[in-house]
Design a protein around this ligand. Structure first.
Ligand code: PLP
Length: 334
């Protein structure tokens, strides 16, 4: 898997560390839980989008773009990391924010990731409630292009075959770490949303013949939809990588039992997971993604889904900047 064939920027502090979660392991009574710190990728408080943006911004610059447009929910971590990557690369950045939660409080709408989008100098536009996201994107692209800008569009979550290369690379990285540590992982667990992380991991693991099972914990869609989204993007990523092996449908597994009330709305189990990991591991999760991923992991451990002697690796995809957009939820539950 030769990734030097693709234009790329260097943003991420990698390899991200793999650390034991000894306290959580003890609290839950095994299996051995480990965490890969992709929350510490270094770009504007870090997170999983940084790896994708290395290839996406590389591609944008290769196409001589001067302006990047992307889209996300109000508290989008992807939007924040894109704004930072653009600032670093001398690109203009326009962010279209979609209101998926209908939360009206100030913190949700102006603090956390939104504050950081603005600090990085991005132009932030809110998509009106009565307008379809695709329509808002088209209008924005047309306006910017007719004003003479060379525009590069990044889809929500940076999830296309270019962005997913970042997680194909992460599959390679964690395989090397596992080999160097002489530590076999039985499962890799992480939050899955726009599918690029899981698709890239599966394409990368397939490419290097690592049979490590990946379990995506869904944050938005029902299982069938999520697995289909991941599968289709993994196939596209494999094509982009010109892999000889094809992606196996049975390798794509999502568990969407921990979404709770909906995207961007934490369930009780989400808040419990965020609190537990903050208090016992000193690690910040988030209320939209990694908190739900961890809630899934904790519940599966409690229900005996894993063997007590297994090693389970949780990929921490970041998101803690969103905590500041969810002040109400945490102060009501502490
Ligand atoms: C975007 C995001 C995810 C989900 O990754 P996808 O590639 O969109 O599936 C998980 N965790 C955090 C913190 C994110 O920002």
């Amino acid at each position: 898997m030769d990734l030097t064939r693709y234009p790329r920027m260097q943003f991420a502090h990698t390899p991200t560390r793999i650390e034991p979660m000894a306290n959580l392991t003890q609290l839950l009574g095994g299996p051995k839980l480990w965490i890969k710190r992709d929350d510490c990728t270094g770009l504007s408080t870090g997170g999983n989008k940084t790896r994708k943006l290395e290839f996406l911004i590389g591609d944008a610059l290769n196409q001589n773009a001067d302006t990047v447009v992307t889209v996300g929910a109000t508290q989008s971590n992807h939007a924040r990391q894109t704004a930072a990557a653009c600032a670093r690369s001398g690109l203009n950045c326009t962010i279209l924010l979609e209101d998926r939660t209908h939360k009206t409080d100030l913190n949700h709408n102006y603090n956390g990731n939104v504050l950081l989008d603005l600090l990085h100098g991005a132009e932030v536009q809110r998509i009106p409630a009565d307008k379809a996201v695709t329509e808002a994107v088209e209008e924005c692209l047309t306006t910017l292009k007719s004003a003479g800008n060379n525009v590069y569009f990044i889809p929500g979550g940076g999830s296309n075959a270019v962005g997913a290369l970042g997680y194909a690379n992460c599959a390679l990285e964690l395989t090397c770490q596992s080999n160097d540590m002489d530590l076999h992982f039985d499962h890799l667990v992480h939050a899955t949303g726009s599918a690029g992380t899981q698709a890239g991991l599966i394409a990368g693991l397939t490419a290097i013949n690592n049979p490590l099972p990946v379990l995506g914990i869904g944050v938005r869609f029902p299982r069938e939809t999520q697995e289909e989204n991941v599968f289709l993007l993994a196939i596209k990523t494999a094509e982009h990588l010109k892999l000889a092996q094809s992606i196996r449908r049975e390798d794509v597994i999502a568990n969407c039992d921990y979404v709770g009330p909906g995207y961007g709305l934490p369930a009780q189990s989400t808040l419990e997971a965020v609190n537990l990991v903050a208090r016992h591991e000193g690690i910040l999760l988030d209320p939209v993604y990694s908190g739900k991923g961890m809630a899934g992991l904790i519940d599966l451990v409690r229900n005996g889904y894993f063997n007590a002697n297994q090693n389970i690796l949780f990929l921490h995809t970041g998101g803690s900047a969103a905590l500041f957009g969810y002040l109400d939820e945490f102060t009501q539950n502490s």
